[in-house]
Ligand binder design. Structure first.
Ligand SMILES: CC(C)c1onc(-c2c(Cl)cccc2Cl)c1COc1ccc(-c2ccc3[nH]c(C(=O)O)cc3c2)cc1
Length: 232
C-alpha cells in the first residue's frame, strides 16, 4: 500500500534530527583521541573522558525527544540509565562506520582495542560495528533508532510502561515508513534495523562484565559514569 509520512511525522523527524545534530561531543574532546599518545592506561582515560562527554550529550538529546519530558520524572532517569550503554554503542558505531579522512576511526578503533578490556568482548563488539556500517543508515534513521533505543519500555524500574510504549510506537511507525521510502529495494531493511536493537541488548550484557573486569584491574570511572552505570 502507498506509504505516506504525515505532516506531524515530518515535524517529528525534523525535531529529532535537529536535536541529534545539535548535540555533539565538543571537538576538543574528540581531537584528543587523535593527539594523545598510546598506552592501555592513556586509552582507557581518553575513552572514559569521551564516554562521559557522550553521556552529557545523550542527556541533552533525550530532553529534546518530543514527549520525553512529559513522562514521569523517575521514568526519565530509568530510561536514561537503562539505555546509555546501548545509545553509546550506536553512536560509536556510527562514528566508526564513517571513514573519516583524518584516520580518526582507525585511531578510535585502536584505542578501544587497546583499553584493557578482555578479548572476549572484542569480537561481538566489532561484529556489531561492522553490521552497523553495512546498513549505511541515513542521519534521520540513526537519530530515530537511537530514540527508539532510549524509549525502550522494559528497562529496570520503569513504572508507566504503557506511556513509554506509546511514545516508542510513535517513533517505530515513523522509522518503518522512512525505511520503506528511503530503501525501496530492501523490503527487509526496517526488520534489519530492529535486529540491531536485539544485538544491542546482548552487548549491554557484555558491557556489565566489561565494567567489572575494568574495576577489578582498579580502573577509575568518572562520577557521572558511576552514577549512570551503578558502579560503586
Ligand atoms: C568508560 C569507557 C572506558 C567506556 O566503557 N565502555 C565504553 C564503551 C565502548 Cl568501549 C564501546 C561502546 C560503548 C561503550 Cl559505553 C567506553 C567508551 O565509550 C565510548 C567510546 C567512544 C565514544 C565516541 C567516540 C567518538 C565520537 N565522536 C563523536 C561525534 O559526535 O563526533 C561521538 C563519539 C563517541 C563514545 C563512548
Amino acid at each position: 500500500e502507498k506509504v505516506e509520512i504525515t505532516k506531524e511525522q515530518r515535524a517529528l523527524i525534523k525535531a529529532i534530527l535537529d536535536a541529534y545534530n545539535r548535540h555533539q561531543i565538543p571537538q576538543d574532546v574528540t581531537k584528543k583521541l587523535l593527539q594523545e599518545q598510546y598506552s592501555a592506561e592513556e586509552n582507557f582515560l581518553l575513552l572514559t573522558e569521551v564516554a562521559t562527554s557522550q553521556v552529557q550529550v545523550l542527556v541533552e538529546f533525550t530532553k529534546n525527544i518530543p514527549g520525553f519530558l512529559s513522562l514521569d520524572r523517575e521514568d526519565q532517569i530509568a530510561l536514561l540509565k537503562g539505555s546509555a550503554v546501548e545509545a553509546m554503542f550506536l553512536r560509536s558505531a556510527q562514528v566508526l562506520s564513517k571513514k573519516m579522512p583524518s584516520g580518526y576511526t582507525e585511531v578510535l578503533e585502536e584505542r578501544i582495542r587497546k583499553s584493557g578490556m578482555s578479548e572476549e568482548f572484542m569480537t561481538p563488539m566489532f561484529n556489531f560495528y561492522k553490521s552497523i556500517g553495512e546498513l549505511h543508515m541515513t542521519q534521520d534513521e540513526q537519530a530515530l533508532l537511537t530514540t527508539i533505543t532510549i524509549l525502550t519500555p522494559d528497562r529496570p524500574y520503569v513504572k508507566s510502561h504503557e506511556a513509554v510504549e506509546r511514545l516508542q510506537e510513535t517513533m517505530l511507525d515513523v522509522l518503518r515508513k522512512l525505511c520503506v521510502l528511503q530503501h525501496p529495494q530492501e523490503p527487509q531493511y526496517f526488520a534489519r534495523l530492529l535486529g540491531r536493537l536485539t544485538e544491542l541488548r546482548t552487548l549491554h550484557h557484555y558491557h556489565v562484565e566489561m565494567l567489572t573486569s575494568w574495576k577489578t584491574n582498579d580502573h577509575k570511572f568518572t562520577p557521572l559514569l558511576c552514577e549512570i552505570w551503578d558502579v560503586q
